[in-house]
Design a protein around this ligand. Structure first.
Ligand code: ARG
Length: 469
């Protein structure tokens, strides 16, 4: 039996090298279980239209189930690699024909690989979007659990912008900030799964629809889609959902890479804010003292790589005529690579994060270094009627004075500022906890607000978890 699903109109076999060049089997083997599901869906369309007999349908169903078992047991990959198949769809079709005998010759009626690629990619997107959502959810939940612990410990840290100390914040506040993008990622993945389920391309029959009476509604229903796709040409040419899936992974990897970068910096002795734990560290083959944050560095690098692959997939679509073109095979490979690597990278990130311990004393000492209460002092002047500009200038001068004397801002500075501003007394936070407790706005680092932020994120995660069930 030929590995190719075509050939009748050709006088000679294709160039073997060109066939190998065009094969996507290594990239799309991962789609195998979804192609079996897709084929079972197509079988419903064939049965509904009485294009196959019930006896043939039964044989095809058990042949597809047998291929499903071979895929599950890892045997099918060897079969698919042993012959020059163009893709996983051709390999599964060939295996079904081997197992089912004559009935196998009818499975491909009214169907093109264009329909199969589009449909299996949607089924794959639903599955991987759920997997991505579960991972992002687990990461957010673990960040929030640590936020809760650190809130109880009242741990403080220097909140930075431009990597420079800005104002003291609760460590819990910072951990909630880290969790938020992962909460959004869960919603983004859920939206991808919803979009994927919206419409089923099966029955597009390459581009123009079929003259066979395929029961497209039965196929869509069997596979859990809301309805058959509206327009065959669009259905085979669109990779919108695949790109949305890739986008969701790229975005969440970027989020993981940003936290990784912070943890990498914080684990250096110069910061000493965190320990990375032996489980998530590596050593040097030469320098005996070294403890390196390789897993987190690799999370950063994998995020960058996914951005490149995503840009490649977007570029592939530029200028493609709106129908099936072979170039689309490359967007599929990129999407699969991004999603598979994305899941592995999120898993690595979650493991590395679980091994992180905080050095609270060290963070607390750094929280007020660099005059981080200066804004509170300026705010205190403003509250006493001094203009914002004047308060800024006065406190700036006080900081310069204290800095030249190599000391922090203290009560003497407050007295001097009061005198300069022409007010009787000035009280302002001079330590991290007082500064943090003085915050009044919603969304701030004040302990009460951080408690409600944790409650709100927890509630949102619970509702997202119910949607994911
Ligand atoms: N392997 C191709 C892909 O992944 C499917 C083949 C599509 N059809 C064709 N006429 N070449 O996109």
């Amino acid at each position: 039996m030929s590995a190719l699903q075509w050939g009748g109109r050709f006088g000679a076999a294709p160039d073997a090298q060109l066939l190998a060049f065009g094969s996507s089997i290594e990239e799309d083997l991962v789609l195998a279980p979804f192609d079996v599901a897709c084929s079972l869906g197509h079988l419903e369309a064939l049965r509904g239209g009485k294009i196959v007999s019930e006896a043939e349908a039964t044989e095809l169903t058990s042949a597809l189930a047998a291929v499903g078992v071979e895929i599950r047991d890892g045997i099918f990959a060897d079969y698919a690699r042993a012959q020059p198949f163009e893709d996983v769809h051709g390999a599964i079709d060939a295996r079904v024909r081997e197992i089912a005998g004559p009935a196998g010759e009818s499975l491909h009626a009214g169907r093109s690989r264009n329909d199969q690629v589009a449909t299996t990619l949607l089924l794959y997107a639903i599955d991987r979007a759920h997997a991505g959502a579960r991972r992002a959810h687990a990461i957010a939940a673990s960040l929030i659990a640590r936020a809760q612990e650190e809130l109880e410990q009242e741990s403080v840290v220097a909140g930075c912008t431009h990597r420079q100390p800005a104002q003291p914040v609760l460590l819990a506040f910072l951990l909630v900030a880290w969790s938020e993008p992962f909460v959004r990622a869960v919603s983004r993945f859920a939206a991808v799964a919803r979009a994927a389920r919206a419409s089923c391309p099966l029955g597009s029959a390459a581009l123009a629809g079929s003259s066979l009476a395929l029961d497209r509604k039965a196929a869509a229903r069997a596979l859990g889609f809301s309805r058959p796709s509206r327009n065959a040409l669009d259905a085979v040419g669109s990779r919108d959902v695949a790109l949305d899936l890739a986008h969701a992974f790229v975005r969440v990897l970027i989020d993981a890479s940003r936290i990784s970068e912070e943890l990498i910096a914080w684990s250096a002795p110069a910061y000493g804010y965190v320990g990375l734990g032996d489980a998530a560290s590596t050593g040097s083959s030469l320098m005996p003292q070294k403890r390196n944050p390789d897993p987190l560095e690799l999370v950063r690098a994998h995020a960058a790589r996914s951005v490149g692959a995503y840009a490649g997939a977007l570029g592939t679509l530029c200028g493609l005529a709106p129908s099936y073109q072979r170039d689309l095979q490359e967007t599929k490979g990129a999407t699969i690579a991004i999603a598979e690597d994305g899941l592995a990278t999120l898993d690595a990130f979650e493991r590395a994060w679980a091994a992180v311990s905080f050095h609270r004393e060290r963070m607390a000492r750094a929280a007020v270094a660099g005059y981080t209460v200066a804004t509170d002092v300026a705010d205190a002047l403003i509250a006493k009627g001094v203009t914002a500009r004047a308060a800024h200038a006065l406190v700036g001068a006080a900081v310069a004075q204290a800095e030249s004397e190599g000391r922090a801002i203290d009560a003497r500075d407050l007295a001097a500022l009061a005198a300069k501003a022409g007010i009787e007394t000035l009280q302002a936070p001079l330590d991290a906890r007082t500064s943090i407790g003085a915050k009044q706005t919603d969304g701030s680092t004040s302990p009460d607000d951080v408690r409600s932020q944790i409650d709100a994120v927890t509630a949102e995660l619970a509702s997202l978890a119910r949607q994911l069930e």
